[in-house]
Design a protein around this ligand. Structure first.
Ligand code: SAH
Ligand code: MG
Length: 197
């Protein structure tokens, strides 16, 4: 079975089971970015069923991805998908909570796409695993267009989540170490890079 077909199959599965995989144009944007900047090794926080890890690995033959997922069922599905695409030699899946997973490895790109309420924690923890010229990419910055909107009609849970995301955006904008650019692609993507000293 060819790659295209297998990827469409994962998209269909995600759609049916309500797995929040990256939007297509956001995914395309990220894989182009990986090619353009010759990114080689990637750390992903939040694998879900492996969709974005697979797409990033397919950006170029020399890309390797380490990806962390805490949900066992999704992890198992990700293992299966990655095997089917024959990418198990280039994608390492870790079943763990990212906040208790430690590695001394350095990465060219860190992709944050797990619990939106924990974004600042992920950023602070994993910036230590970033190569000096590396990038931290964050997905779902706009959260379906809900950030920076009137929250009075939102449910309490949603309101809390959006407030946390807005706090993350402020954290990025005011960050003394990193410079961030925001892109209105997919569900909103941020790319952060260490400021030059
Ligand atoms: N990157 C994927 C989508 C990830 S959805 C793609 O685009 O294909 C977010 C995932 O993050 C969920 O599967 C959720 O279980 C996982 N997650 C949330 N918080 C986490 C944490 N602290 N550690 C590891 N995984 C986490
Ligand atoms: Mg996402």
């Amino acid at each position: 079975m060819d790659q295209e077909y297998l990827i469409r199959k994962i998209e269909k599965y995600a759609d049916e089971k309500g797995v929040p995989i990256m939007e297509k144009d956001g995914m395309k944007f990220l894989t182009e970015f990986i090619k353009l900047n010759k990114v080689k090794n990637i750390l992903e926080i939040g694998s879900a069923i492996g969709y974005s890890a697979i797409n990033m690995a397919l950006a170029s033959d020399d890309v390797t991805v380490t990806t962390i997922e805490r949900d066992k069922d999704r992890y198992i599905q990700a293992v299966k998908n990655i095997k089917e695409l024959k990418l198990d030699s280039r994608i390492t899946l870790v079943l763990a909570d990212a906040l208790s997973f430690n590695t001394s490895e350095k990465f060219d790109l860190i992709f944050i796409d797990a619990a939106k309420s924990q974004y600042i924690k992920f950023f602070e923890k994993f910036k230590n695993n970033l190569n000096p010229k590396g990038y931290i990419v964050t997905d779902n910055i706009n959260f379906h267009g809900l950030t920076n909107q009137d929250k009075s009609k939102m449910s309490r849970n949603l309101r809390q989540l959006i407030t946390k995301l807005e706090r993350y955006i402020t954290f990025l904008n005011d960050n003394p170490e990193f410079k961030t650019r925001f892109f209105a692609v997919g569900d909103g993507v941020a790319i952060s890079r260490r400021k030059k000293k």
